[in-house]
Design a protein around this ligand. Structure first.
Ligand SMILES: C[S@@+](CC[C@H](N)C(=O)[O-])C[C@H]1O[C@@H](n2cnc3c(N)ncnc32)[C@H](O)[C@@H]1O
Length: 422
């Protein structure tokens, strides 16, 4: 097999296993498939895979124009990837068509149809690039859960979700940021967007452990947390891969961290090594967490649909089945109730999810407050008075769809601070 064909065969297998077997891009077998390639080929694979998923709804509209026959899953996936490369990534159509047809032959699917339609699509590619999708083209599960969005929000979402994410860095201290060797658009005294994207492993200060990558939205709530007494006890209940814990440890607080997932705990540990952090690490189901020790601050960065990170995780819309909201909502509620038991009086629960859907955000909080009379929603104190950031706040919550600040992209996110009264 030629090199281009081999790489595209792997891309096909990755997309197929996400589509058909509900895998995520973080799945160890998918990671292994990608990592066995050379560095420059890894960027090619990531580029084609991510954009095929991001743009698949546009591409399905194109396919509907040219093909009336019902396609098999493998034919559909091959076409989505090939059309993305030809129409949107502007790769040489000759190479894309040849490789795709050879792969189709090996998979024993209808290669004649693929060849003929890709040739026609290549001729019309400039016109096809103008095709737009509307909110109606999004998955039904998502539309059913976003009835409360305004037309303007829906339009912004359609324009935003297919864009490539920005890279936002968080530094251990002001001093580390000031010494940073690359150009940065500052979002605070310890954070900013990297202007010229590059492989972060090639930046010396990253290797030295001066900073980590964390989306602005997920960084901002804890950045706003005022900590008066460093002796207070903190628990990060769902900590991996570690962004929130890094923020707290940079502020030298007394932190225990926990995550249920063993392999994600290993990721934290290797991040700790680079960042030179140390603290007590638990690998437990938070719902069964021992109750002998109480905490003053409990961070629940709960498992959720992750829809706020759709730019980074385009598989959320690519998979035929949506997230299991029933299970997620039950788990989120149980985590809040568990945290309520473990929290000292006057303590704070900081509940966060990378979602903007009611059932994972405001509904969870209002239900919790209604059932737990000792708790109240604490106002979210903003340190910065930058006008652009105020749009991320809704009443006492941080609540945002995928958006931009300072012309850079941020994830959709939700955060609420819940205080336990005496
Ligand atoms: C959104 S991620 C946390 C991100 C993390 N706080 C950060 O900033 O990098 C949710 C985490 O919850 C963990 N998790 C899921 N169910 C859990 C449970 N029952 N107990 C503890 N952790 C759990 C997952 O393994 C996952 O790492």
């Amino acid at each position: 097999m030629l090199k281009g064909e081999k790489i595209r065969f792997d891309i096909h297998n990755i997309l197929f296993s996400i589509y058909k077997f509900n895998k995520t891009l973080n799945n160890p077998s998918i990671k292994k498939t990608i990592e066995k390639h050379r560095k420059e080929d890894v960027s090619f694979i990531n580029n084609v895979t991510l954009n095929s998923m991001r743009l698949h709804m546009h591409v399905l509209k194109i396919i509907n124009i040219y093909i009336k026959k019902k396609l098999r899953d493998q034919e559909k996936i091959l076409l989505i990837s090939a059309i993305t490369q030809i129409v949107y990534l502007d790769f040489k159509e000759y190479a894309v068509i040849n490789c795709t047809v050879e792969i189709a032959k090996k998979l024993k699917v209808y290669h004649g149809l693929i060849n003929a339609s890709l040739k026609k699509i290549s001729n019309d590619k400039l016109k096809l690039r103008e095709i737009e999708i509307t909110f109606d083209d999004l998955p039904v599960w998502f539309k059913n859960r976003t009835n409360s969005l305004t037309d303007i929000q829906k339009k912004r979402f359609i324009n935003n979700f297919i864009q490539e994410p920005s890279l936002h860095l968080v530094f251990k201290s002001k001093n580390k940021l000031e010494k940073f060797e690359e150009e940065l658009i500052k979002t605070s005294d310890i954070s900013g967007f990297l202007i010229n994207k590059k492989n972060i492993n090639e930046i010396k200060s990253f290797v030295n452990g001066d900073w980590w990558v964390q989306d602005f939205s997920s960084f901002y709530p804890l950045y706003n947390l005022k900590i008066k007494d460093k002796n207070k006890k903190f628990l990060d209940a769902c900590a991996a891969p570690g962004g929130k814990s890094f923020q707290l440890l940079s502020r030298k607080v007394n932190l225990d961290l926990n995550d249920k997932n063993k392999s994600r705990i290993q990721i934290i540990k290797s991040n700790f090594k680079r960042l030179n952090f140390e603290t007590k690490i638990f690998n437990d189901d938070f719902i069964n967490f021992k109750e002998d020790k109480k905490y003053d601050y409990i961070i629940i960065d709960a498992p959720c649909s992750a829809i706020g990170t759709i730019r980074k995780n385009p598989e959320i819309f690519f998979k035929p089945k949506g997230p299991n909201f029933k299970n997620l909502n039950i788990l989120q509620e149980k985590m809040l109730n568990k945290a309520a038991k473990l929290l000292n009086e006057n303590g704070l629960i900081i509940y966060m999810v990378c979602s903007f859907l009611d059932s994972e955000t405001t509904i969870q909080i209002y239900n919790f407050i209604a059932k737990n009379k000792k708790f109240e929603i604490s106002r979210f104190i903003k340190i910065d008075d930058q006008r652009e950031y105020s749009k991320l706040f809704n009443n006492s919550f941080m609540l945002t769809l995928p958006d931009t600040i300072l012309n850079y992209k941020i994830d959709g996110y939700f955060a609420a601070f819940l205080r336990k009264n005496k």
